[in-house]
Every structure is written in structure tokens, then in C-alpha cells.
Design a protein around this ligand. Structure first.
Ligand SMILES: [Zn+2]
Length: 418
């Protein structure tokens, strides 16, 4: 499996100039190639092969006066730029045909000198690791790297990124074998909320760190300072970097926190079940700021990636399951409840529920049912909302104590075990 490992790098002043030249050339090559492909598509719906494209926008272009400066940078970075355009097109077509999951990918767009993030990539031919720990980049030189952790394997490519706050990163792609952890029998359903970050079906809670809200005053002050500076002035550029740095700090803190939470969950749990929230839809409402701050889609992505790496299971249950309306004890559908209602008592069985904990238990039951279904287990129709979902804590099932065997997922969904 392919993983990314990112490190801060500290290029010298000369190296920064060389990098900035290469960013520019890679961008021009990308845009030229995109122009040609668009024109060919418009003319006769044809796709120019990558080799032909590379010859005309790199090799032949270098010989012209208008593009002679392409010769001053690494040709590997320029070729990678064309391959990146190919990937962008492939992602677009795969997304359109449904081969690619996730949000729809649009057509590739032109890159600009003013983009807040500049990047370029080197293939295996464009970089080398030096014995002294420096990273040698073609036509750039030996760049100092802050090795915050070791690279687990030989990287196949490196992307150099300059972000909006002026920081440089080297992001390596490494191909490693999945590192499966010993199997556990723990399962957990997670309800992502707004009062707490997440509530687990075992009753534990992850508190909402609210990084953005906490940093809001500082961000606002920096933003105000920026708006007072004259357009095009040096002071404005400085103030813009300050705003970008303040945002970057929030993003870094949040990412660090998300990594810690997801790593802990994956280490302790064999199967994690989540609700498929319409995050993009929610973010458009007045809850917007909290939803973005919570970083739920990142939380889910990190969980899924780590599960694949460590041999765990992440199940996403359908968006329209009424997890907050069903009693997790007796399975009665009790009707919709406004967000303001945090606790309620079930009419038929009398159990009093915490809204989020009840939802987490329903998510666990639905996730288990889905997983059994996918494995070809003996599940009949209509298990999407288990009407008779029993309490699902490990060890509470009546068979568990009597026979001494571990409770199986099938027990929880109310399916007789032979
Ligand atoms: Zn009930």
C-alpha cells in the first residue's frame, strides 16, 4: 500500500530561488499541455498520447525563444508535471464513470502563479538520499530535511510543496506492506455529534477540542490587520503571511489531534462503525463552522486508511438510518426528535436514553448487520434497522457467560447461532 510521509525542509536562499524557478516551469508545462489537450478534444475528440505531449511542450518548446528557459530546470520535474495532468484527467473520467468513489472530481484547471500552494514532483530519477541525511534534488542541490520520524522504506517519488504561510515540505510516497495488528474482539459504534466530538457505544466520549473557536480572536485580529493594509504593498504581503500562519497553526493542531484519536481507536478496536453523515450538506447550514472545525471527513479518512494498514474494519452505515429515533434496547421507532432533546425515555420499555449514546448503539448494531451481510452471513431481509437490537456490550449476551465462548457478531443482530 502507498503511504505519504511529509517532512519540513529548509532550503537555502539559493535553493529557494531554484525551487521557485522550477515551480514556475512545471506550472507552464502543465498549462501548455492542458491547452493542447483541450484543443485536441475540441477539434476531433482525440487524446494526445503522453509521449507526444511531452515532446511538444518540453523538448520542442525548449528550442523556441518563448520557452528556452525550460532548459534551466530539472527535466524530471517537467515530465512529472505532465504525468500529474494525466492523473488529473484519469480521476475526472473515473469519477464520471463511477469507478472512483467520493465526491465528484472536476476537469483539470489551469494553475496560477497566485495559487496559495505551489508544488512540484520528482520521480525516482530526480532525487537521491545523501549519507549525511540531506535530500538531493535534481538541479536544486542538497536540501536539509527535518526528519521528524524515519522513512519506513525507499520512496518512489517526492513532492515539494510551498504552502501559503511560506513553509516548504517534502512529501514522500512509500510502498509498504500492511502491518496487521493481532486481532481483537472489540467493536464500537461511533456517533459524531456537536456537543461532544464523538460518543462511543461503550459509553466513552471524545470531547470536542474546538481548535478554531479557541483561536478565533487571534485569527480575527490578524484578518483585521490585513484588511487595513494598502493593496499591493509589502506590508500587505507580510500581513497575509501572518494570517496564513495563524490558520496553518490551527490546521496542524487539529491534524495532530485527529491522528492521535484515530490511532488509539484503531489500536484498541477491531471494527469501528460510523454513520455516513452528509457532511457537505451540514456544512452549508448555520452549524457550518462547528462542522468544519470538527473535521469529520478527515476523521473518517484517517480511520479508513489506518484500518487498511493495521488489518481493522471500518463500516460506514447508510445516511438515512434513523439512528436517533430507534430505541437501542427494544428497537421501537419512537419518531423524530429535535436536536435540542438530549435525553428521552422510551415509551414501550421505559429505558431512559442519552441521545448520542443511543445513536452510537444503533450504529453499532446496524454496522454489525451490514458487515455480516457483506460476508455472506445468514442474514434475512430487513436487517438495515434491527428492530430487536439487543444490548451489544461484549460479554453481556446470555450465551457468552454460559458457554464461555466469545460472543459473535451474529448474536447482537438477533440471529440464532447454531
Ligand atoms: Zn425501548
Amino acid at each position: 500500500m502507498h503511504l505519504r510521509y511529509s517532512y519540513r525542509i529548509c532550503p537555502t536562499v539559493g535553493q529557494r530561488q531554484a525551487l521557485s524557478r522550477t515551480f514556475g516551469c512545471a506550472r507552464v508545462v502543465y498549462n501548455d499541455a492542458l491547452t493542447l489537450r483541450k484543443a485536441a478534444w475540441k477539434a476531433d475528440r482525440s487524446r494526445i498520447p503522453t509521449g507526444v505531449l511531452a515532446k511538444s511542450v518540453i523538448t520542442d518548446a525548449k528550442k523556441t525563444d518563448a520557452r528556452s528557459w525550460l532548459g534551466s530546470v530539472s527535466v524530471d520535474a517537467l515530465q512529472s508535471s505532465i504525468r500529474d495532468l494525466d492523473t488529473a484527467y484519469r480521476n475526472f473520467f473515473d469519477s464520471k464513470s463511477g469507478k472512483r468513489a467520493g465526491r465528484p472530481v472536476g476537469l483539470p484547471v489551469f494553475k496560477s502563479r497566485k495559487d496559495s500552494r505551489q508544488s512540484l514532483r520528482f520521480s525516482r530519477n530526480g532525487f537521491r538520499m545523501r549519507g549525511n541525511g540531506k535530500l538531493n534534488l535534481a538541479r536544486i542541490g542538497d536540501v536539509r530535511v527535518k526528519w521528524s520520524r524515519a522513512l519506513p522504506a525507499d520512496p518512489s517519488s517526492v513532492t515539494i510543496v510551498l504552502d501559503s504561510s511560506g513553509r516548504y515540505f517534502a512529501s514522500f510516497v512509500v510502498d509498504i506492506e500492511p502491518d496487521h495488528l493481532p486481532e481483537l474482539d472489540t467493536e464500537v459504534g461511533i456517533d459524531l455529534g456537536l456537543t461532544a466530538y464523538a460518543v462511543m457505544s461503550d459509553g466513552s466520549v471524545i470531547d470536542d477540542p474546538r481548535f478554531l473557536r479557541k483561536a478565533e480572536r487571534k485569527l480575527k485580529a490578524a484578518q483585521r490587520a490585513l484588511s487595513r493594509k494598502a493593496k499591493g504593498s509589502r506590508n500587505r504581503a507580510k500581513a497575509r503571511r501572518k494570517v496564513a500562519r495563524a490558520h496553518a497553526r490551527v490546521a496542524d493542531t487539529r491534524m495532530d489531534w485527529l491522528h492521535k484519536q484515530t490511532t488509539r481507536l484503531i489500536r484498541e478496536t477491531q471494527a469501528v462503525y460510523l454513520e455516513d453523515l452528509n457532511v457537505r450538506g451540514l456544512a452549508r447550514t448555520r452549524l457550518g463552522k462547528s462542522v468544519h472545525d470538527a473535521g469529520w471527513s478527515t476523521f473518517r479518512r484517517l480511520l479508513t486508511e489506518k484500518a487498511a494498514r493495521y488489518g481493522r474494519h471500518v463500516g460506514i452505515i447508510g445516511r438515512y438510518e434513523p439512528t436517533s429515533q430507534v430505541c437501542s434496547t427494544c428497537g421501537v421507532l419512537d419518531g423524530p426528535k429535535p436536536l435540542g432533546i438530549r435525553t428521552w425515555a422510551c415509551g414501550p420499555c421505559g429505558t431512559s436514553h442519552d441521545r448520542d449514546l443511543n445513536a452510537a448503539r444503533n450504529i453499532l448494531a446496524a454496522g454489525r448487520a451490514d458487515r455480516l451481510n457483506a460476508c455472506g452471513g445468514p442474514v434475512g431481509p430487513g436487517v438495515a434497522i434491527p428492530r430487536r437490537a439487543r444490548p451489544v456490550e461484549t460479554g453481556t449476551h446470555r450465551n457468552a457467560g454460559r458457554t464461555g465462548r466469545k460472543p459473535r457478531a451474529a448474536d447482537a443482530a438477533g440471529i440464532p447461532v447454531p
